[in-house]
Design a protein around this ligand. Structure first.
Ligand SMILES: [Zn+2]
Length: 365
């Protein structure tokens, strides 16, 4: 298998990365110290509350709680631009050449509300200001680093429809053109039914849909994967780990070509899988499901896309050809036009083909 350095050098595509989980802790601490509050006295305390300790698996709800720590005032739009720019810079440094960065416009709008705005109801105008800041910061960094970034708007199931509505209403604003897709994330015990009309409208407007499903170890599992495909018109599924529990669901994913955005480290930390050897990524690949490898939340999880590829190879049984398949699956499942997706494949494939010629440092198979 290739070394981590070789994996970093290979051009990669990241389809599932939340800006909320990709912000540098050091930068966040700077904002927190200035605007955030007094709960945490030291950087180490703060970092422990908003990141998962290496090698630990806190479970799904404690994992989501990490993001509650990150709900504080950032002070101004320039700071939102900065975290977005840094997330893109970090991805580029790891060899990501095409990034679909997802974020909740509502959550970032709340971070611009002075005082205790962490759970404030925001307006579509406030969501627009926040989204413009994210897009501006991310695009500037992408241009500087010579990579491409696109955006997905995330709604959180557990915040209900009204809270998320400003993010959905963005489609009717000029900033709506910046989004290639819509995402539903969060606690899967909350029903997705209330979002169905809005997601249908986005689909009718030509946007793509990705739904977090089959991730929550205590949620409905494979049934949610089917619900996402059939009732929410998902083009891709975030995680989909628990599809493995139902042979019919696996067959349907393979037949339909719906892509799974798998995030190995995150899946371990949320306990979507009991342990690393039980991750279903290899079985799903072998069942001809379009699997991709992603970070989910690189800073919260303490990982990079290259490290996720390495983990999949070293601990989950993926061969180099499997990794290459995942990389090309990601190019083919990007929320772009067919021509642009073909172009992405053409851009990354030669480097992956050449990589097979690099002497391997180990062969665990
Ligand atoms: Zn996610």
């Amino acid at each position: 298998m290739l070394s981590l350095a070789h994996l970093r050098a290979l051009p990669k595509i990241e389809l599932h990365c939340h800006l909320e989980g990709a912000m540098r802790s050091e930068t966040l601490w700077e904002f927190y110290s200035r605007y955030g509050g007094s709960r945490f006295k030291t950087f180490n305390e703060f970092k422990a509350a908003c990141t998962v300790e290496k090698g630990t698996a806190p479970g799904f709800i404690p994992f989501l709680d990490k993001f509650n720590t990150l709900r504080f005032c950032f002070g101004n739009e320039a700071n939102v631009e900065r975290v977005a720019a840094e997330a893109v810079e970090d991805a580029a440094a790891d060899g990501v050449t095409y990034l679909e960065l997802r974020f909740s416009p509502v959550s970032f709008a709340r971070r611009l509300v002075q005082g205790d705005g962490a759970y404030a109801q925001v307006s579509v105008e406030q969501a627009e200001v926040a989204a413009e800041a994210v897009v501006s910061g991310a695009r500037s960094a992408a241009v500087k680093r010579g990579i491409r970034v696109e955006f997905i708007a995330t709604c959180a199931r557990h915040f209900g429809f009204e809270t998320n509505k400003p993010a959905l209403d963005l489609l009717d604003r000029p900033i709506g053109a910046a989004f290639c897709g819509l995402d539903l994330a969060g606690d899967e015990s909350h029903c997705a039914e209330i979002f169905m009309h809005a997601f249908r409208d986005w689909k009718l407007a030509g946007k793509k849909i990705t739904i977090h499903a089959g991730e929550d170890p205590n949620g409905p599992g494979a049934a949610n994967v089917i619900e996402a495909c059939e009732r929410l018109n998902a083009d891709r599924i975030g995680h989909g780990v628990r599809a493995i529990e139902d042979a019919g669901v696996i067959a349907e994913l393979a037949r339909s070509g719906v892509t799974l955005e798998m995030c190995p480290t995150s899946n371990l930390q949320t306990r979507a899988v009991a342990n690393v050897e039980h991750h279903p990524i290899k079985k799903l690949l072998d069942a001809r499901v379009n699997v991709t490898i992603n970070t989910d939340d690189p800073r919260v999880c303490g990982t990079t896309l290259s490290e996720e590829y390495a983990l999949a190879a070293e601990r989950m049984g993926l061969s180099f050809d499997d990794l290459k398949r995942c990389a090309l699956n990601a190019a083919r499942a990007a929320f772009l036009s067919e021509d642009e997706r073909n172009s992405l494949c053409t851009q990354i494939e030669p480097a992956w083909n050449c990589a097979t010629l690099i002497p391997t440092i180990e062969a665990k198979s």
